[in-house]
Design a binder for this molecule. Structure first.
Ligand code: ATP
Ligand code: MG
Length: 582
């Protein structure tokens, strides 16, 4: 196998690990002997330099108005090189940081990949953040360059610019009517830059991205990643998402979240596929329409979106030709068995759950493409990654259980190529995530006799009621089996007798109204399926549940509202009327 020996593969791989990562590594041509591995080279220049792929469409941007703009790998190579050269001209040095605050438009992808070519550390921010969350993140990441639009600059940055002491350059993408002081037009700046760029040697551990977590359990953390991660993105894009160069691929996540970068940019481009870039928010008719019109082969989305499609009704799905779909996968929240069964019918394919986190950088647990899905299970460890289960009550230094039935915290043996290397500004917290060669994820799981993993809940969300440990997901999944229920969230409310009492919030499907009979039916269903100790004591019908902008139910907010405690960091909370879930 032709592998550059100067590029270490993370850790002391097991035989299987070696095969998996080395196979992915071998497909990358690297920057030449001793020059290392750069994400942008693997995603762009490698394909642009190959006559077979140079003219293949890398990005197909579909605007809200339905206008399509294609960019081939050769064009993307030229634009990203111009961008990297522009950064050099501006005096931006390797290791400096670049933030983007943009919708899902081609300039976002050019800035991210061009930044990586220049070895700057890139942090794509979700465009809907307000000034305060933006300020916090730009400060934490020592932002030196920001790419945004005139409108976003006026509304979100101008009021805080004087507080951003490290920010030197602001580049404005798209049309500019009245150039604000201290900014420059991106298109003009790029047109003066050369379209070729030689990427400087890039160590595998050179920082690549800062990704902020979703803020589901508290203040978002900034996870620092490195260029070597591309090995894991490539391997999992091929073997978990079943992605091939000839495929048209759509990941619905915004690059402001790790999924939208790892699998909306890096993984699929490293494979050489055509990536759909959709700037509009969720709309069932549009989404089905996009799958049908673009003939999407592989689709990576989130349970919240799938539940919303399910809620829109089977006739909406049936009105579109979805037969192009070959592989559908989901991430971000537990995928209820009910949704998997719906998918097999409505989409015509099984939905493959995958589990991973901002910190893991890439998929760690999957339902392999060639194995029948067991609905409700998040799957098995990907080859090359060892997952252990740390059982409750075991001593701090005992080794996690490696196979067979067990329940406890999901742990991953360190290191792996896409492992985060720090929490920016909080190294102590980073250190506290590791013990005895294992990364502790903070998620609780059950493992069955076939070593399949089942999500129980986040350690923070688990309810301790009358001596029982109850995972919210188990209760929520039973509630959504009822035809009237579209979505459910379950929390523990302090109780003087039981410690915590289980309370459920449910959102109803269209055509169903709150009634005492319905609540009694739901209680009866929960008791029958879960037993009286685990069934909720109280069920409340609500119009909407609080979600993060990345589509996760914020149970901590429901709990804070219930107990009257402080609501905490709400920077990632989706406004109730929003439809822009990713
Ligand atoms: P924060 O760390 O700020 O509280 P977050 O953990 O939601 O936010 P992310 O890194 O975006 O931020 O999300 C990772 C988490 O999402 C996982 O730890 C897990 O709780 C949940 N998750 C991801 N995939 C799955 C899945 N397939 N099944 C169940 N939960 C999942
Ligand atoms: Mg987390």
């Amino acid at each position: 196998m032709d592998v550059d020996p100067s590029v270490p593969i993370a850790g002391e791989p097991m035989a299987e690990t070696a095969a998996w990562w080395l196979a992915a590594r071998a497909e990358m041509d690297g920057l030449g002997a001793g020059a290392g591995l750069n994400i942008a080279h693997e995603c762009v220049d490698r394909h642009a330099g190959d006559p077979l792929s140079a003219n293949r469409v890398a990005l197909r941007a579909v605007s809200r108005a339905g206008r399509r703009t294609d960019m081939t790998y050769a064009e993307l190579a030229a634009s990203t090189s111009r961008f990297a050269n522009l950064l050099g001209e501006l005096g931006v040095a390797p290791g400096d940081s670049l933030f983007t605050l943009l919708g899902r438009v081609p300039d976002l992808y050019v800035s991210v990949l061009g930044g990586l070519k220049a070895l700057v550390v890139v942090s794509p921010l979700f465009a809907a953040f307000g000034p305060e969350p933006i300020r916090q993140r730009l400060e934490l990441g020592d932002a030196r360059v920001l790419v945004t639009t005139e409108a976003l600059y006026r509304r979100r940055i101008e009021p805080i610019r004087h507080e951003l002491s490290t920010l030197r350059h602001v580049l404005l993408s798209g049309p500019v009517r009245d150039l604000p002081r201290g900014t420059m037009r991106l298109d003009e700046a790029l047109s003066g830059a050369a379209p070729t760029h030689t990427i400087a040697p890039t160590r595998p551990d050179h920082p690549s991205f800062i990704h902020f977590t979703s803020g589901t359990t508290g203040t978002p953390k900034g996870a620092l990643h490195v260029h070597e991660a591309v090995v894991a993105h490539h391997a999992t894009a091929v073997f978990s998402l079943d992605l091939r160069a000839s495929d048209t691929y759509w990941c619905t996540a915004d690059p402001g979240w790790v999924t939208g970068t790892s699998y909306g940019i890096v993984g699929p481009l490293s494979v050489g596929a055509t990536v759909i870039v959709d700037d509009a928010g969720f709309d069932p008719v549009r989404w089905y329409g996009l799958i049908a019109e673009e003939k999407i082969d592989v689709w990576y989305t989130a349970p919240t979106a799938l539940r919303m499609l399910m809620r829109a009704g089977p006739e909406v799905a049936a009105a579109h030709d979805l037969t192009s779909l070959r592989h559908v996968a989901s991430v971000g929240e537990p995928l209820n068995a009910e949704v998997v069964r719906w998918g097999a019918d409505a989409l015509g394919v099984e939905i493959h759950d995958t589990w991973w986190q901002t910190e893991t950088g890439s998929i760690m647990v999957h339902n392999p493409p060639d194995v029948a899905v067991v609905p409700g299970s998040m799957g098995v460890a990907i080859p090359g990654v060892e997952i252990g289960v740390v059982r409750e009550g075991e001593g701090e230094h005992s080794q996690p259980s490696l196979s067979g039935p067990a329940e406890g915290q999901l742990a991953i043996r360190t290191p792996w190529p896409s492992m985060f290397r720090d929490y920016v500004g909080d190294h102590q917290r980073y250190e506290s995530c590791f013990a005895d060669g294992w990364y502790l994820s903070g998620d609780l799981v059950q493992r069955d006799e076939s070593d399949r993993l089942w999500f129980v809940g986040r350690a923070d969300d688990v309810i301790k009621s009358a001596g029982h440990l109850v995972g919210p997901f188990e209760v929520e999944s039973v509630l959504i089996e009822h035809p009237a229920v579209a979505e459910a969230a379950v929390i523990g409310v302090p109780d003087p007798v039981a410690g915590e009492r289980i309370k459920a919030f449910v959102v109803l499907n269209a055509g169903h109204a709150r009634s005492d009979q319905l609540l009694m039916d739901l209680m009866a269903l929960a008791r029958r399926r879960l037993g009286p100790a685990v069934a909720p004591r109280q069920i409340t019908v609500v119009d909407d549940l609080p979600h993060t902008r990345s589509g996760k139910v914020m149970r901590r907010l429901l709990k804070a509202r219930e107990t009257g405690e402080a609501e905490g960091d709400l920077s990632t909370l989706e406004p109730p009327s929003g439809g822009d879930r990713d």
